[in-house]
Design a protein around this ligand. Sequence first.
Ligand code: ZN
Length: 150
Amino acid sequence: MFEDLRDLYQEVIFDHNRNPRNFRVMDNADRKVDGFNPLCGDRLTLFLKMSGDIIEDASFQGSGCAISTASVSLMTEIIKGKTEAEAEQLFEIFHKMTTGKDEEIQLEAVGKLAVLAGVREYPARVKCATLAWHTLDAALKNQQQPVSTE
Ligand code: ZN
């Protein structure tokens, strides 16, 4: 049963890596921040279109490993339509989940992001999964300088 679940999770990660969602340059973006994970070499540029404090649209460009690509692809899907506060809260829950600080996975809150919970068993990969979110955090705080996980 647990093995089946693991296979399903891996399948979702492979799918988002092969066919990343929202993989495009956004010409009319309100926020644009670069993120870099030197440990693995993952690079991405995150674009946000804001409407008041609501994230109206999100997209990204870049190249990285399967975990980082799946993570940013899933993130751009889930944050659309969320307020800044909701997105920040999701980042906090996601961070606790991937670093193992929260044993219980809050499925209702994280939804499909739960597929990335497995990285907690591989400390070197945690930054691959959280790079997108650190970049989002900077974008929401309207920081312009590139984000590095180191
Ligand atoms: Zn990586």
